[in-house]
Design a protein around this ligand. Structure first.
Ligand code: KG4
Ligand code: ZN
Length: 372
């Protein structure tokens, strides 16, 4: 379904308020431009619901939706105050309308639409993945086109960003997302949630060579990922070594992380080969990384190594802008405002909304669907 778009010329310039409620962060931010045209984050407020969900070992949609309802007005107000503006100082309002958990999406979308209607401001219905994909332009003014690796709890995708609204998915996971694999490994080893940082910490004192784990998809021509077989291999190794000492857990974490990083290096290496061949005239070829797993040192090192081998610059935004936030949504809204791509208030929430509508759906893709 094409998104509803009303092109207008001579669009006014920002700032734009962005609202993000697609999973377990209630976030709002105001993003504008400096006199020279560089994007500037005037405020960014993120309230994480980690504690509300901790006891359940994952995000509970109903709890998330209720927490968003309670928090969103205060978070929007805080973002406006921090930016030193009221609604009258805005040029538009953007809200994530998908993909994500439907309850949270409705809360953010309705809040954004209501404020826009009350103030007669343009409204932007933002795809959360577009927010992540455009983040290197917000943080590092990266020019189109560029390649993005999005690695979060719900997505593992290689995207070619040709321009605003022009995304080609080159690869995705055929089963678990990378962050999901970290989280499941942590759960299996009794480390808690969210598991990525806990696995990384445990791995620091582990021997990555003790357990022999597979490097999924290594050498495959297609640019997709797979992590569920690796997770199963960790489970089998853990069962065989049980009862597990702290050192066993550390060694399993180190082995898992090294295997995941090797797999990412191989997949990205292939993607960069294609990128260099198909876009051979780029003056400054860039691979950007986004999503919570970008925080992982071993994954970053793997990406660095792949980029160095192909003469590509790695752009890794600060961690506060890798995970979910309102600034990336405000920034996507600002780009849409400047391009005259307005959405009507009839724009629906879309719990499933691939960025590249041409790309074939994957078996198991979006199975978990909560995080993006
Ligand atoms: O982007 P994000 O904050 O939320 C979405 O999924 O949209 O990503 C969260 C994911 C979780 O799966 C978490 O375990 C993972 O990112 N993560 C990490 C690290 N920090 C967060 N994974 C590996 N190493 C880390 N240091
Ligand atoms: Zn996300």
């Amino acid at each position: 379904m094409p998104r509803p778009v009303n092109p207008v010329s001579a669009a006014p310039k920002g700032p734009v308020l962005g609202i993000e409620t697609s999973c377990d962060e209630t976030a709002a931010a105001v993003v504008g431009r400096t006199a020279s045209g560089a994007p500037v984050i005037l405020s960014s407020v993120v309230l994480s619901q980690t504690e509300e969900h901790a006891a359940f070992g994952g995000v509970v949609p109903e709890i998330a939706a209720r927490a968003h309802v309670e928090a969103v007005d205060g978070i929007v107000k805080a973002a406006l105050t921090e930016a030193g503006t009221g609604l009258e100082g805005l040029a538009g309002i953007a809200a994530t309308v998908g993909p994500g958990l439907v309850g949270g999406l409705i809360v953010g979308a309705m809040t954004g639409k209501a404020l826009a209607a009350a103030r007669k401001l343009p409204f932007f219905a933002i795809n959360h993945l577009e927010g992540h994909a455009l983040t290197p332009r917000l943080t590092d003014a990266v020019a189109y086109p560029y390649l993005v690796l999005l690695v979060s709890g719900g997505h593992t995708q290689i995207l070619l960003v040709r321009g605003l609204g022009r995304y080609e998915r080159w690869g995705t996971t055929i089963d678990d997302a990378l962050g999901e694999a970290f989280d499941k490994t942590a759960k299996m080893l009794g480390l808690g949630h969210p598991g990525g940082p806990l696995v990384e910490r445990a791995a620091a004192s582990g021997d990555a060579g003790r357990f022999h784990l597979p490097r999924p998809m290594r050498g495959e021509k297609r640019l997709d990922f797979s992590f569920s077989g690796l997770k199963t291999a960790v489970r089998q190794a853990a069962n065989a070594a049980a009862p597990l000492s702290d050192q066993d857990v550390a060694d399993l974490c180190a082995g898992f992380q090294a295997a995941a990083a090797d797999s990412v290096r191989d997949r990205i290496g292939r993607a960069l080969e294609r990128y260099r061949a198909e876009l051979s005239d780029l003056a400054d070829p860039v691979l950007a990384v986004a999503g919570g797993v970008a925080a992982n040192g071993a994954i970053r090192a793997a990406l660095n190594a792949a980029c160095q081998g192909h003469g590509v610059r790695l752009v890794a935004p600060p961690l506060s802008l890798c995970g979910d936030n309102g600034a990336m949504i405000a920034h996507a809204g600002l780009e849409r405002l400047e391009a005259g791509l307005f959405d009507g208030f009839e724009a629906p929430v879309r719990p499933r909304w691939p960025l590249d509508e041409q790309a074939a759906p994957m078996i198991g893709f979006g199975k978990r669907g909560a995080k993006a």
